[in-house]
Ligand binder design. Structure first.
Ligand code: MG
Length: 217
């Protein structure tokens, strides 16, 4: 199983990665999607995790692969049916994730009313940074996210603009999925998603978490 590391030296093994779609208004617009009354959830397996500083292998033959920079929340203890008021006590820390998406394959799945499992869950679909303990980030809803490709800014947003904020996401997701120590929740991406090609240099930044670079191969 893949693991994630914390800046204090601790290690966790995410059993599941719960991801949120359509959580920033401008990204919903660019995808020509509709807002939903509840968060849209999907899953990535542990095998999708990939250290963000390692070269990133891309598929060559299944259409476009898109970058989506996202704040990742790491759960610290077993929980289900948590309340928004209590949500913070279940958070172990925060990291930076890329929710890589096989966009052409996802578009086909959407058209056919079929699952996104392959389009979102393939190997290396979740490059992940080291995590920062929650106590060091008192307000996770005030963080800038910036993604540059080959030095050019593609995505720039703030977690303040999430349509469903973190406590709401944790309360909603924990109604359906029991959280276990190490599980991750990816909180959605701001606008500016686009394709990656071999040779691209990715620079991804979230305030108080760090700036990480990698090369697509
Ligand atoms: Mg996403």
């Amino acid at each position: 199983m893949n693991t994630i590391s914390f800046s204090d030296g601790s290690i966790k093994t995410p059993g599941k990665i719960i991801c949120v779609g359509r959580n920033y208004a401008k990204h919903i617009e660019e995808m020509q999607s509709e807002r939903t009354s509840d968060p849209v959830l999907f899953l990535k397996p542990n095998s999708a995790l990939h250290p963000i500083d390692k070269p990133l292998p891309l598929f060559r033959d299944v259409g476009a692969i898109h970058h989506e920079i996202e704040l990742a929340v790491c759960i610290g203890k077993t929980a289900s049916n948590i309340t928004e008021a209590d949500a913070a006590e279940y958070i172990a820390g925060y990291g930076l994730a890329l929710d890589l998406t096989l966009r052409d394959m996802q578009a086909k799945a959407k058209q056919g009313g079929l699952p996104w499992a392959v389009a979102k869950g393939f190997d290396h679909a979740c490059p992940i940074s080291p995590f920062v303990p929650a106590a060091q980030i008192p307000d996770p809803q005030q963080l800038n996210l910036v993604l540059k490709i080959n030095g050019e800014e593609r995505q720039h947003g703030t977690t303040a603009h999430m349509l469903f904020q973190i406590p709401k996401l944790l309360a909603y997701a924990s109604r359906f999925f029991t959280f276990e120590d190490g599980d991750l929740l990816l909180t959605g991406t701001p606008a500016g998603v686009g394709p990656l090609i071999p040779g691209d240099n990715i620079e991804a930044h979230i305030d108080q978490i760090g700036t990480f670079t990698t090369q697509c191969i």
